[in-house]
Design a protein around this ligand. Structure first.
Ligand code: ZN
Length: 490
């Protein structure tokens, strides 16, 4: 390349990138116009999306096909649009409890259904691309909000054996389409940080390896360039919150095999974001990222991207915790020492279909300076001790509702005993825990994997308590909105 052509190329790349970023910002600002309002949290079900898919059948731009059934008989759909030469295939929620991108796909369908906005952009995309979607590959898993299908098979480890009908459907559709690009849409654990940045890896990417040698084949290189382009754009909105998944070859996974068979696969994993457990902000980021990628594929602009951009994305590191309480003074055997306490919440599904509660456990104790908490609270100057159980027995839920928590805390108690055969709850919205009937009463411990119930004092006076991992200021108990645990022998 001559020097003048090179300068022109760099200039053009910069120009295209500026245009792409402008489009992304416009999408970001107009998102609310397209957001599918009926999907409001992560635990939506197949029955919530079927009416939305039915609605698409009435729109000319979409073709809707049933491509098979899940084990429990739920219909799986392929939705397609556009008549361009470049083929793009997106599939979401192979893992039932990873729904963020599914919601974003319905936002994207609304974007394309709308007839008044972004008309030229859509015309450009649909004339250059043929786009195929399978939203919610694992509807039975979504029903239970669990990773695996109803036979306990992880669909993303079933491409070789093809035991699960859902995996067979996905492979069948892929074989029939042989698309240029594939988007494998997942959610990842909240515990991933983007390198050692102390920031959650809110979106992580991977261009999966086609073999154990992690060969840089042409399809994989294109995926890397496209990811570099997406990362550049996302850095406008979530700077420093972008990570890269491990590229170890997984012979049983879809992305790795699709890459081997010649498709440029982008794995997109939605992680955590502070103050957004339901990931509604990251759903919007998915919307922007996916549409920006369509634009980049349609224009071919990603081809000018350097692979280095992909290479320089920080790796996912398990350095995030839900809560870290720092610099607490602990006294054992009359010796004082300073500890940080890291806590993670497990989400436990309840019978009420769209509900869950949180159960805290101590993840780590000591110097946690390399970790970051979604909530990160400095408690220097405070002393920590385990919460105790009030020995007196109560006889009805109504009776314990009348307990004055401030009084309870002042005596160092965070748990009460309830004799009540009728209470079936596993959690409570009271600011203390309940030991039900003959539940084995465990004295609190400051120990990893144990429950997180502590009394926090300053100058011997109780200032805060931590109940099931939730911090409660004793001067503002009503401000608390967490849940406690009902322990039973079940
Ligand atoms: Zn997944």
């Amino acid at each position: 390349m001559k020097k003048s052509t090179l300068i022109l190329a760099i200039f053009l790349t910069g120009f295209i990138m500026a245009q792409e970023k402008e489009l992304a910002w416009n999408l970001y600002y107009s998102y609310e116009n397209f957001k599918e309002q009926s999907l409001t949290n992560r635990r939506f079900k197949h029955s919530d999306i079927v009416p939305l898919i039915d609605h698409l059948k009435n729109k000319n731009i979409f073709k809707v096909e049933k491509v098979g059934n899940s084990v429990e008989g739920r219909d799986i759909y392929l939705i397609s649009m556009g008549n361009g030469k470049k083929k793009v295939f997106l599939w979401s929620q192979m893992h039932g409890d990873e729904p963020t991108a599914t919601a974003a796909l319905f936002d994207i369908f609304n974007f394309f259904s709308n007839e008044s906005d972004f008309v030229d952009v859509k015309k450009f995309l649909l004339s250059n691309l043929s786009i195929y979607f399978i939203p919610m590959v694992n509807p039975d898993g979504a029903e239970e909000f669990q990773r695996r299908n109803i036979f306990e098979i992880d669909l993303n480890r079933d491409i070789i054996r093809q035991q699960a009908p859902e995996a067979k459907i996905l492979k069948g559709v892929f074989d029939s389409l042989k698309t240029n690009f594939g988007f494998n849409l997942h959610d990842q654990g909240r515990n991933y940080a983007a390198g050692n940045s102390f920031k959650p890896a809110s979106i992580s990417f991977l261009a999966p390896s086609p073999d154990y040698e992690k060969s840089l084949t042409a399809p994989r290189e294109n995926a890397m360039k496209l990811i570099g382009n997406m990362a550049d754009i996302l850095n406008e909105f979530i700077p420093g919150h972008i990570g890269k998944y491990s590229d170890d070859y997984e012979p049983r996974a879809f992305g790795d095999n699709f890459t081997k068979w010649g498709t440029s696969v982008v794995l997109l994993e939605t992680g955590g974001w502070r103050g957004d457990r339901e990931k509604q902000f990251l759903r919007k980021i998915n919307f922007v990222a996916i549409l920006a990628a369509f634009n980049s594929i349609a224009s071919g602009s990603f081809e000018n991207q350097e692979v280095d951009v992909y290479e320089s994305i920080p790796k996912n590191e398990e350095l995030m915790m839900d809560v870290i309480f720092r610099n607490l003074k602990e006294i054992r055997d009359d010796k004082e020492f300073i500890v940080d306490i890291g806590i993670n919440f497990e989400e436990i599904n309840t019978n009420s279909a769209k509900k869950f509660y949180l159960k805290a456990a101590i993840e780590d104790i000591g110097d946690l300076s390399v970790f970051s908490g979604y909530e990160d609270i400095d408690l220097s100057g405070f002393t920590i001790e385990p919460g105790k159980t009030k020995p007196e027995h109560f006889h009805s839920y109504d009776e314990i509702k009348e307990i004055n928590p401030a009084q309870l805390y002042s005596e160092g108690y965070l748990n009460v005993i309830l004799q009540d055969d009728n209470l079936k709850a596993e959690y409570a919205n009271l600011p203390f825990n309940i030991f039900l009937n003959q539940a084995r009463i465990k004295e609190g411990k400051i120990k990893t994997e144990e429950a997180a119930n502590f009394v926090i004092r300053k100058n011997n006076e109780v200032k805060f308590v931590i109940v099931n991992g939730f911090l409660i200021d004793i001067d503002d108990i009503d401000a608390w909105s967490g849940n406690s645990i009902v322990y039973s022998n079940k």
